[in-house]
Design a protein around this ligand. Structure first.
Ligand SMILES: Nc1ncnc2c1ncn2[C@@H]1O[C@H](COP(=O)(O)OP(=O)(O)OP(=O)(O)O)[C@@H](O)[C@H]1O
Ligand SMILES: [Mg+2]
Length: 227
């Protein structure tokens, strides 16, 4: 049997109704096929619809037209409950602003997604969280809270948290946007390596062509389409 692509989009559009009654077509016809293990880079200037697209790819939002298949199944027939459990178990997100829980240690932040949908005890959760932190070179920072960590370290914690449930898809929205160039490079190396080691597909969305250049396949988002 042929394995279906993890994601398949055909003529996906996303429009929003503005308060003045006009319709804004943010995405007009996105065609994209992504297999597990792939690394796709999408570049686009500010306001071109990158985050809008990422929300659709991450099952946080739905297209207003077109077709999307997740693992061979049409997402328009997916209940919001299934979308939410699929997202929790199979998709990891990395954002520009890290989005860590401020009062929790690095280890607690990474272990947090394991509380949902998995029947593991606290020791098993912490063991798995420590393993992923170590993979990202942060074993020695496990007990630090986010504001005691550098930006690059916080983003590595966020990457560990995205990986902890062994997702099949990693979505990164401007993952280096809040970091200096050298730290950004290191974080991208770690993200790419981690995705590779786990066979997850990685989609990196950025305005920085140098970051997108690390992907195996690159697209530009402009005028609501990918080229
Ligand atoms: N719900 C909405 N209602 C109205 N306009 C919206 C809505 N969501 C997005 N937009 C508009 O659609 C465009 C694309 O937004 P989006 O956030 O996807 O861009 P982006 O490429 O991620 O930008 P940035 O690089 O600045 O993060 C923007 O002009 C934005 O203002
Ligand atoms: Mg954005």
């Amino acid at each position: 049997m042929v394995t279906p692509p993890l994601l398949h989009l055909e003529a996906v559009a996303r429009a929003v109704r503005l308060p003045d009654g006009q319709t804004l077509e943010i995405l007009r016809g996105i065609d994209l096929t992504v297999y597990e293990g792939a690394h796709v880079g999408i570049v686009g200037r500010s306001g071109t619809g990158k985050s809008t697209l990422l929300n659709i790819l991450g099952l946080l939002d739905r297209p207003t037209a077109g077709h999307m298949l997740w693992d061979g199944a049409p997402t328009d027939r997916m209940s919001s409950r299934t979308a939410s459990t699929t997202r929790g178990a199979q998709i990891g997100f990395v954002f520009q602003q890290f989005n860590l829980l401020p009062g929790r240690t690095a280890l607690e932040n990474v272990a947090h997604p394991l509380l949902y949908g998995t029947a593991t005890d606290v020791r098993t959760r912490k063991k798995r969280a420590r393993e992923v932190l170590e993979q990202l070179g942060l074993g020695h920072r496990a007990d630090h809270v986010p504001n005691r960590l550098s930006g690059g370290e916080q983003q590595r914690v966020a990457i560990a948290r995205a990986l902890v449930r062994r997702p099949r898809l990693l979505l990164a929205d401007e993952p280096t946007g809040a970091l200096d160039v050298d730290t950004g490079r290191l974080v991208m190396d770690l993200l790419t390596e981690a995705a590779h080691a786990s066979t997850a597909a990685l989609i990196t969305i950025t305005h920085d062509p140098a970051i997108a250049a690390r992907a195996d396949r690159r697209f530009t988002l402009e005028g609501g389409v990918l080229t």
